[in-house]
Design a protein around this ligand. Structure first.
Ligand SMILES: Cc1ncc(COP(=O)(O)O)c(C=O)c1O
Length: 400
């Protein structure tokens, strides 16, 4: 370009961002918010936000910290009390041993932890396996870091089980990282013992680092338990655990998460963190200590409410011709199979917003393997959910 030709704004957009779409789940919620502002009674099942307020003792800890003058920068990787509380939580809940002062970075949300890890450990020439359906931000994060995301489709008709065959089909000589999520967003699947063993064997056979997103570990149904892949033989040294307080403590708006693992990897991530976030908010970290070390009964109460809603949603949706929806094993999403309606997932999501005034996320937002499905969050009130299911049934009945 000559110096006399004026650049357009798109000339200024970096190539890595120019074709990047904003988060589709946030886009669904934005659209729902816009329709609500126009006076339309939309039920938004697009987001992933617990419908509970953060417990009082956690709010109080933040207020007390703020009033005590805890309003300054703090240690970049996190206040020592929180890093110790996280290391203790990982030991007691998960059987994972990390160095509190070298093996943990506290971030403004788990999303930021994943992004910083991507920047620190992924680069051009690196392939990253992403079993799909997968949370909407993994692929963009890999690509922003200059790596190549390799979709690893899992089979809806096999309950999205992680199989050695799917992994071996996707792996390339350049594969260095695999990103997994259990309990899974969007499918609600929870890895079984044999899937964890498959993952561990595969990661060791191909010398891969595992990014294990365990954000929903506390949200489990039917007596299931959470096992981190980091605890399988040989895996602690090659697993980074990502977690946060958003879901388990109803703290989405506070932005508090972390990554934990072997110090040599964490120290690379800590550099990115120090040059981007600086630190997570000081008084929010004080609240994080209160959350992790205080009473935990609240989590069980939330999960009991979501359990009730999960069953109501899956039986309500499954009774609608064209939809099949097995109950989630964990997390708070129903991943409904809409193939029987003849619509693609995007068509179904558009139809439901337009005709039923219910906002859902099209499955294709989670990768091609999510096609034919829509994701509905059941972290919302019982009445709104029941109305949403009724409206979906009525709209589809009108359609034929
Ligand atoms: C699978 C998964 N990972 C990570 C995150 C990030 O959560 P946060 O940044 O609120 O900690 C989310 C949020 O929706 C998620 O669903």
């Amino acid at each position: 370009m000559s110096a006399t030709t004026k650049r357009t704004p798109s000339d200024f957009a970096a190539a890595r961002v120019r074709n990047l779409a904003p988060s589709p789940t946030l886009a669904v919620s934005d659209k729902a918010r816009q329709l609500k502002a126009e006076g339309i009674d939309v039920i938004d099942l697009g987001g992933g936000d617990p419908d509970f307020i953060t417990p009082e003792h956690i709010r109080r800890a933040a207020i007390d910290a703020m009033n005590a003058g805890d309003t300054h920068y703090v240690a970049s990787a996190g206040i020592p009390a929180l890093r110790r509380a996280i290391a203790e939580k990982l030991r007691a809940d998960n059987g994972i041993v990390v160095e509190p002062m070298g093996g943990v970075v506290v971030t403004p949300g788990g999303k930021q932890a994943l992004f910083e890890a991507a920047l620190a450990l992924i680069e051009p020439g690196v392939d990253v396996l992403v079993p799909e359906p997968a949370w909407v931000s993994y692929v963009p994060m890999v690509e922003l870091a200059g790596g190549r995301a390799v979709p690893t489709p899992l089979d809806p008709d096999d309950n999205y089980r992680l199989t050695r065959e799917a992994l071996e089909t996707a792996v390339t000589p350049a594969s260095r990282v695999i990103i997994v999520c259990s309990p899974n967003n969007p499918t609600g699947r929870v890895f079984e013992r044999d899937e964890l063993a498959t993952l561990a064997d595969f990661a060791q056979a191909h010398d891969l680092l595992v990014f294990s997103d365990e954000m929903y570990e506390k949200i489990l149904y039917d007596g299931r338990t959470h096992t981190s892949v980091a605890t399988l033989d040989g895996m602690a040294e090659r697993t980074l655990v990502f977690n946060g307080l958003s879901k388990a403590y109803a703290m989405t708006g506070w932005r508090l998460g972390y990554v934990a693992g072997p110090t040599p990897y964490i120290s690379q991530i800590a550099k990115v963190h120090s040059h981007s976030a600086t630190c997570a908010t000081s008084f929010v970290q004080a609240a994080g200590v209160a959350a992790l070390t205080g009473p935990q009964a609240f989590i069980g109460e939330m999960v009991a409410a979501w359990d009730r809603r999960r069953q109501a949603v899956s039986s309500g949706l499954s009774a609608i011709p064209g939809i099949a929806c097995s109950p989630a094993e964990g997390a708070f999403y129903a991943f409904a199979d809409v193939r029987g309606t003849g619509m693609t997932s995007a068509e179904a999501a558009d139809f439901l917003l337009r005709e039923a005034h219910v906002a859902v996320t099209p499955g294709v937002a989670f990768g091609e393997a999510g096609e034919g499905h829509v994701r509905l969050s059941f972290a919302t009130g019982d009445t709104a959910l029941a109305t949403a299911v009724e409206r979906i049934g009525a709209a589809l009945a009108q359609r034929v």
